[in-house]
Design a protein around this ligand. Structure first.
Ligand code: FAQ
Length: 327
């Protein structure tokens, strides 16, 4: 893990006005902040919170799709899904590493996830009962993730922004494989079309919730925008996603489950119906359909993997000793 000279967090340096102004000047000049640079404690904490939540989302996000690896309908689909789920694991690792540069350990982050203190994306608390759900996750969930993450490639914190560049390249491949699954079903038998539409009906609204609460309820947005961690607000990104996705549904003959959805010539975007924020907060607070299962699966994986972590540490220690003895 990197160590870094934190202003404020080191307990020695005051975060006085001059320091805050100097930091903001760097941000405004689009300079990247790197792990050893002085930074306000609030900036560090915001990044640890967001990157940690993002990492947990990637790892928990492997579970709904992992559920279908053994049941994918063809060898081609199985190979693609296996590779996709593996990519999500890789994204989690880049992100945990990026968070570690801010002085937090992977153990700490995992404990916070398992204790319920750290959040992960609401979307992964929904079940995947049909194969169409795997297409929907790629098309909608990866589609929403890309919309949110492309601006994060320009995030002010260097390690996070660089991790995002690679993640976005892979996510865009995921989005296309998902859309291709849905397109195939939409052009298939009446049962397959029904399966695709039924799945879209279930995933559309939770996908819109992925962008977070309305701007008026987004407690972190203002400061995160000022620090150029976020480049767009939750509502701005949600609108972009709706505008990009509705024509994709139309092209394959599926209908969005929203009677209020209509093109608004004046704003050159779609108006859409109200989001069920009660459902969103219920899921975020642990009351979604799959919250318990997801955390139980992560806890089991963490406990079952303890011996691997111990063995890796013992091996590293042994190599270090051998190196020291040879010197
Ligand atoms: N779920 O003040 P804001 C993926 C919380 S990766 C749960 O607006 P902020 C890849 C939020 O943490 C998907 N909680 O917060 C994949 C805050 O609580 P806190 C994950 C949510 O941070 C695809 C409170 O509500 N992506 O899908 C959610 O400024 C397929 C107030 O909200 C990222 O994490 C939610 N949906 O904006 C994997 C991207 N929304 O922490 C497998 C990075 C909000 O104060 C398969 N993160 N909350 O206690 C972000 O861009 C931001 O953190 C937002 C939220 C936009 C998610």
């Amino acid at each position: 893990m990197y160590s870094q000279g934190l202003i404020g967090a080191d307990g020695k340096t005051a975060e006085d006005e001059a320091f805050i102004a100097r930091f903001q000047k760097r941000i405004d000049a689009e300079e990247k902040i790197e792990p050893n640079d002085p930074m306000p404690e609030g900036y560090r904490k915001t990044l640890v919170r967001q990157i940690g939540q993002h990492a947990h989302s990637e790892i928990v996000g492997m579970l709904p799709e992992g559920n279908w690896i053994t049941r994918a309908p063809t060898l081609r689909r199985k190979a693609a899904l296996l590779a996709k789920v593996q990519d999500e694991g890789g994204h989690g690792l880049y992100l945990y590493s990026a968070a570690e540069t801010l002085g937090v350990s992977r153990e700490q982050m995992t404990e916070e996830l398992l204790s319920g203190k750290a959040k992960y994306s609401s979307i992964f608390n929904y079940p995947t009962p049909t194969w169409a759900d795997i297409g929907m996750i790629g098309w909608l969930v990866d589609g929403a993730a890309i919309m949110n993450q492309i601006p994060l490639c320009r995030c002010s914190y260097g390690p996070y922004s660089r991790a995002m560049i690679r993640v976005c390249k892979e996510e865009s491949f995921h989005q296309r494989q998902g859309y291709e699954i849905v397109m195939t079903l939409a052009q298939g038998t009446p049962e397959q079309r029904r399966m695709a539409q039924e799945s879209l009906d279930r995933w559309w609204w939770p996908s819109l919730m992925m962008f977070g609460p309305h701007d008026g309820d987004s407690v972190n947005s203002d400061q995160s925008m000022k620090w150029k961690i976020k480049r767009f607000t939750n509502d701005e990104l949600r609108q972009k996603f709706v505008d990009a996705t509705v024509p994709q549904a139309e092209r394959i003959g599926l209908k969005m489950p929203d009677p209020d959805l209509k093109w608004n010539e004046e704003k050159q975007g779609y108006d859409f119906g109200p989001i069920n924020w009660d459902e969103f907060w219920k899921v975020v607070k642990g009351g979604g359909p799959m919250n318990r299962e997801r955390i139980a699966a992560r806890r089991k994986a963490w406990e079952d993997g303890a011996w691997v972590r111990e063995a890796a540490l013992a091996h590293a220690e042994k190599r270090k000793m051998a190196r020291l003895a040879a010197e």
